[in-house]
Design a protein around this ligand. Structure first.
Ligand SMILES: Cc1cc2nc3c(=O)[nH]c(=O)nc-3n(C[C@H](O)[C@H](O)[C@H](O)COP(=O)(O)O)c2cc1C
Length: 163
């Protein structure tokens, strides 16, 4: 799972997403799906870009908080003490605490039933030198350390195996 970061006209936001995937190798492209009711949705439409950031297992509680609050009411960056970095290609900020940040430039949007699929070209990738285990959405306990649950979302990380 990942966080979509969006910024437009001085308004910024973070939206956790489990619906994201690679859709092209050359050029590198990613797709994400957002409900139109998300505050982030129109920020992405208007900005024509977003950042896709991967949280580590140290960000489980914050991920659940980000996904159970809305940018309409709160600045999720300051409320969760997250720090930002500047990218090279996009104006949207990157999140310093995440394992990796992808700068994404919007190519196409498709309405898919009750969600919008945003397809974007990856312009740059930033990887944290000291990564944590990637945080995952957990449907089945087997093989995962469960790290938190809120609002119907359960998150965890793949269990380390010792030989
Ligand atoms: C683990 C997790 C995964 C989520 N995946 C998605 C997703 O793929 N698409 C989506 O639209 N919302 C998803 N959500 C819900 C949004 O993150 C949530 O509604 C959030 O509060 C929207 O914030 P916003 O209104 O500030 O944009 C997910 C939430 C969590 C906690």
């Amino acid at each position: 799972m990942a966080w979509a970061i969006a910024e437009f006209d001085g308004r910024r936001n973070i939206c956790p997403l489990s619906w994201q995937m690679i859709v092209s190798k050359r050029p590198p492209m990613m797709a994400i799906c957002l409900k139109p009711s998300r505050y982030s949705h129109n920020l992405i439409v208007n900005a024509g870009e977003f950042v896709l950031a991967w949280p580590g297992d140290n960000l489980a509680d914050i991920t659940l908080e980000l996904g159970n609050s809305t940018g309409c009411d709160v600045d999720k960056f300051t409320a969760n003490k997250l720090t930002t970095m500047e990218g090279e290609f996009v104006r949207t900020p990157l999140i310093r605490e995440c394992i990796a940040n992808l700068e994404c430039s919007l190519v196409k949007q498709i309405t898919t039933g009750d969600h919008t699929m945003f397809i974007a070209q990856v312009m740059a990738v930033w990887v944290n030198q000291n990564p944590q285990r990637p945080l995952c959405l957990v449907n089945d306990y087997a093989g995962y350390d469960q790290l938190g649950e809120k609002g119907g979302y359960r998150v965890g990380a793949v269990r380390k195996r010792l030989r």
